[in-house]
Design a protein around this ligand. Structure first.
Ligand code: PMP
Length: 393
């Protein structure tokens, strides 16, 4: 008889991925996934760059490379992290991965034994929760307010819990809540982290997609003790199909990630790295990100305007300053699973919130994505969704 490893008991397919298959039909208005607007991908430019890379450098592009990834791309990333996130680093402190999802999975491998404790925002990114579960940890959820993780709660857990091995956070335009940590909260957090010397995984896929307000420094930029492992990605600023992310960390920690990368997949795809790097040399990533920002801000504004007008006062929601998501909390007696079935009958989809809480509960919450639907579809879908919510309250 086939016997699977114990860890497989903790793992089930991401509800979102399964749900996305259900909602991929063209007649569904889907606020469910977290996908970028595909019409903004610079497809023609990428075709041109791919041809140049293969003509000039075909053998290198199709060959194995080093585990850390091609130096030119890591230099470009280091320069961008300095410019955008105020992080002083260099190519030697960067390891290329297959998306930041791989950085999350590797973080579990690097830091977690079975039964160790992971602290994270409540709610948090479902894909990270699933990645961490492969190492069978326990999760302690730390509540948040509109300024980020609550420091009193964090401190009391750190004081009273022995085997906390890492803290996972998304300070900018969090998935799923859309919240952003204030500067003050970031400083307080780093003070606590330095005091307890716990590694922090700072996941920042959305930081560059700010619609309004001031850019805030990354936690990594305040990291005086080398405790922060910063995860970046090209998925939301260029295209997720490249499967290119990176890890920026101090040597001792990065060396461990490098061993895991060797063991799992040897290296990130050479051809993706060369094309992305050449594209950045030939085109203007800042200008491209600006286009994305303008488009998502419009879509977000339309979604939020309808929510403000149509949702009853008993519902609360975030007005994100950037990123891809807003988050709704309905009165406690509402089960968003039932709501989602009703919406699907009317060809509107969203993701229920429960999966974003590793310890379950919170059936009255849901996440909405606004990056992947046209303005017309957002209007139509949101009018339907708000009507169905009103009917359920
Ligand atoms: N972290 C967060 C918070 C995300 O929302 C996502 C993608 N939805 C990822 C990591 C993974 O992204 P990728 O692997 O495409 O870089």
């Amino acid at each position: 008889m086939i016997q699977f490893a114990d860890r497989m008991k903790m793992l089930k397919g991401s509800e979102i991925r399964e749900f996305m298959a259900l909602t991929a039909k063209p007649d569904i208005i889907s606020f469910a996934g977290g996908m970028p607007a595909p019409e903004l991908f610079p497809t023609e430019q990428i075709m041109e760059v791919a041809r140049i890379v293969l003509e000039e450098n075909g053998q290198e592009a199709l060959q194995y490379g080093t585990t850390e990834g091609i130096p030119r791309l890591r230099e470009q990333i280091a320069a961008r992290m300095k410019a955008k996130n105020n992080i002083s680093t260099d190519a030697d402190h960067i390891l290329m991965t297959s998306g930041s999802q791989e950085g999350l999975a590797f973080s579990a491998q690097v830091f977690l034994n079975k039964g160790d404790v992971v602290l994270l925002e409540s709610p948090s990114y479902l894909g990270a929760i699933n990645a961490f579960k492969t190492c069978e940890p326990n999760f302690i959820e730390i509540p948040t307010d509109s300024d980020g993780m609550l420091m009193d709660e964090l401190e009391s857990v750190l004081k009273s819990t022995e085997n906390v091995k890492m803290i996972y956070v998304i300070p900018d335009f969090q998935n799923p809540s859309g919240k952003t940590w204030s500067l003050e909260r970031r400083k307080q957090f780093m003070e606590l982290v330095n005091q307890y010397e716990i590694p922090v995984i700072e996941d920042n896929p959305y930081g560059e997609l700010r619609f309004e307000g001031e850019y805030l420094p990354a936690l990594k930029s305040m990291d005086t003790k080398g405790l922060v492992v910063y995860l970046g990605t090209f998925s939301k600023i260029l295209a997720p199909g490249f499967r290119l992310g990176w890890i920026c960390a101090e040597e001792k920690i990065l060396a461990k990630y490098n061993f895991i990368k060797q063991a799992y997949s040897l290296q990130a795809p050479t051809i993706s790295m060369l094309i992305a790097s050449r594209w950045m040399d030939m085109y203007d990533l800042d200008a491209h990100v600006e286009k994305i920002r303008v488009c998502y801000k419009k879509r977000k504004d339309i979604m939020l305007e309808i929510m403000r007008k149509e949702l009853p006062d008993s519902c609360t929601f975030t007005d994100p300053e950037g990123g891809l998501f807003t988050w709704i909390e309905l009165p406690e007696y509402v089960d968003t699973k039932e709501l989602s079935m009703k919406c699907l009958e009317e060809k509107v989809a969203f993701v229920t919130g429960t999966g974003f809480y590793p310890n379950g509960g919170h059936k009255n919450t849901l996440r909405l994505n606004y990056s992947n639907m046209s303005e017309e579809k957002i209007k139509e879908g949101m009018m339907k969704l708000c009507r169905i919510i009103k009917e359920s309250i």
